[in-house]
Design a protein around this ligand. Structure first.
Ligand code: HEC
Ligand code: HEC
Length: 295
């Protein structure tokens, strides 16, 4: 998560050496507790402080990101130390969704920090001794902010209105299927809320081509007699390709017999210009609520 005013802050820092000096003096607390900090870390802290100040002055939304640097550092630690088991989205271990702040039981910040530092005895959850105490704190900040931004994306959305839009005016069922109703042209969205984070769902609605799941890619063939068939690619090997065409039929072609074949742009329309922000939030709230059939 980039702090968009970071560049401005750093520019301001460079431009005002006297201020830098003052702040630096102010940051080092008496008693020497922080004296072992390297100059560079103190510097980072000053930059952060200045950013908080700037954010307050300019009144940007960034005020709530007072810890944007912490959060970025936490994100890096997550990728290095946690993602291999918990998955890049934090939801690979059943019952735990670190990306949505869902734990098996409610955990305080200190409890999460304790789990990171000590692991959970007699389970596969290891201690992470390579993280400093500050590193752990930043990682917890990242996990919390992640959960919050998840909630924010869907915030103000009404899942019931989202459902009405999805099934009615939005015409989403022309291509998608939810719990057995709708079309097979696009992916089944019955458990999209479990598979994807709110931010990703929102991205799919606003900028559909940006990141398409490999099994959702659209494919187009032109047969020897010139017929064009488009659809969702199900499977292909060196010689054949299988897809669901736009009439929802399973089609299989021998590649050698085709005039053309290849991937094409997603047919999923961008909703950026056709729906307003409230409608997008409603849809995201509805889609987030689709968690698949209970086990
Ligand atoms: C080697 C695999 C592995 C790694 C690496 C790992 N975890 Fe875990 N983690 C697990 C497993 C497995 C559990 C579930 C343990 C259990 O059965 O209670 C777990 C549980 C947790 C829990 C408790 C959730 C709850 O609902 O009680 C938290 C929090 C957590 N991990 C955070 C992290 C963080 C943060 C990192 C990175 C610093 C991390 N884990 C690294 C495997 C891992
Ligand atoms: C013309 C067909 C079509 C229509 C209409 C359509 N979609 Fe899609 N949609 C697709 C296809 C194909 C994909 C898979 C490729 C992609 O991700 O762009 C997709 C992908 C998605 C994804 C991402 C799925 C994933 O697994 O990441 C979401 C969410 C989604 N659509 C929601 C909607 C909503 C909400 C509407 C109605 C407002 C809608 N779609 C209307 C065809 C359509």
């Amino acid at each position: 998560m980039a702090c968009d005013f970071q560049a401005r802050c750093e520019a301001a820092l460079r431009a005002s050496p006297p201020l830098r000096g003052t702040l630096k003096a102010a940051t080092i607390r008496p008693g020497g507790a922080k004296r072992h900090r390297s100059d560079q870390r103190v510097q980072t802290r000053i930059t952060a402080l200045l950013c908080v100040a700037l954010a307050a002055v300019t009144g940007t939304a960034a005020a709530q990101h007072a810890t944007a640097f912490d959060v970025e550092d936490g994100a890096r630690s997550f990728a290095s130390y946690c993602a291999q088991c918990h998955g890049p989205d934090g939801n690979l271990i059943p019952g735990i969704d670190l990306g949505h702040g869902q734990f098996r039981r409610p955990l305080t910040d200190d409890e999460i920090a304790g789990i990171i530092m000590n692991g959970i005895p007699n389970t596969a959850m290891p201690a992470t001794p390579r993280l400093s105490e500050d590193g752990v704190r930043r990682l917890v900040a990242y996990l919390r902010s992640n959960a919050k931004s998840q909630a924010n994306v869907a915030a103000g959305g009404d899942p019931e209105r989202g459902r009405a839009l999805f099934e009615g005016e939005g015409k989403c069922l022309d291509c998608h299927r939810v719990n057995g109703t709708g079309s097979r042209v696009g992916p089944d969205l019955s458990d999209i809320g479990r598979l994807r984070r709110a931010v990703e769902i929102r991205e799919s609605l606003l900028d559909p081509g940006a990141e398409v799941q490999p099994n959702n890619r659209s494919y187009r063939v032109v047969t020897a007699d010139g017929k064009k068939v488009s659809g969702r690619l199900l499977n292909q090997d060196t010689f054949t390709v299988q897809m669901i065409d736009t009439d929802q039929h399973l089609r299989s072609f021998v590649k050698a017999s085709l005039r053309e074949h290849g991937f094409e742009k997603t047919p999923m329309p961008s909703l950026k210009d056709t729906l307003n922000a409230q409608q997008i939030a409603d849809l995201v709230s509805y889609l987030v609520s689709l968690q698949g059939a209970p086990p």
